[in-house]
Design a protein around this ligand. Structure first.
Ligand code: PAN
Ligand code: ZN
Length: 202
């Protein structure tokens, strides 16, 4: 017999992405130390006591079973580690399923990639809505001067695989060079479907 759960409403503050009654999950530099490209800058910052807050996630979790949806907001701060703009860790879903993100503040780049080596990038601004199809890892990057804020929704049974991205990295990096935002190939990217060679350029 189907078990029905109660409906409910939440209150999102669209000026700052906070959701009342939900404590955010916080990600600081130390939580992303294996994700930023310039490990030397990461080590220098952490060893001198600098551990900035990179982003917060306010999430209304449902039972992790098919049929339910998880939703919430992500507030990604502006900033850089070396040349590389702040980003979310990025992940694959364990159970292949899609996701939507709607952006309502800030400026960014959305990065997607499959385990077969396909990649996609999309510019983000207030009003952009992204559909992430099943099978695509996803990460957002803040290239603006204010917070990049979005509301997301995905299958509550999806599960998150962070390990794959931690091992391979993203194929593309978003950096500021010569005062310009540039999307460049990650020289240390390791494709998950082939053997990795140190310094391989994609
Ligand atoms: C989002 C993300 C959120 C933070 O809820 O979890 O934006 O990004 P990371 O999970 O990569 O740290 C989502 O994509 N859920 O599936
Ligand atoms: Zn996701």
């Amino acid at each position: 017999m189907t078990k029905y759960f109660s409906s409910f409403a939440i209150s999102v503050d669209y000026s700052n992405g906070k959701i009342s009654g939900i404590a955010p999950i916080q990600r600081h530099l130390v939580d992303l130390k294996n994700h930023f490209f310039d490990r030397k800058v990461v080590e220098e910052m952490l060893s001198s006591g600098l551990n900035p807050l990179i982003y917060e996630v306010y999430e209304a979790f449902q039972p992790s079973e098919p049929g339910h949806l998880n939703f919430g907001t992500t507030v990604l701060n502006p900033g850089k580690i070396g040349e590389e703009y702040f980003f979310t860790k990025g992940h694959h879903h364990v159970r292949d399923c899609g996701e939507t993100y709607s952006f309502f503040k800030g400026k960014g780049i959305f990065l997607l990639q499959t385990k077969n080596g396909e990649t996609a990038e999309m510019p983000l601004e207030a009003g952009t809505t992204i559909y992430v199809p099943p099978g695509w890892a996803h990460r957002m990057v803040n290239v603006g001067k204010e917070e990049l804020i979005s509301i997301f929704c995905y299958d509550a049974a999806a599960g998150h695989d962070y390990g794959s991205i931690e091992r391979t990295g993203f194929a593309k990096l978003v950096v500021e060079r010569k005062d310009k935002t540039q999307i460049i190939g990650n020289p240390f990217f390791r494709r998950s479907d082939k053997k990795w060679t140190l310094g391989e350029v994609t």
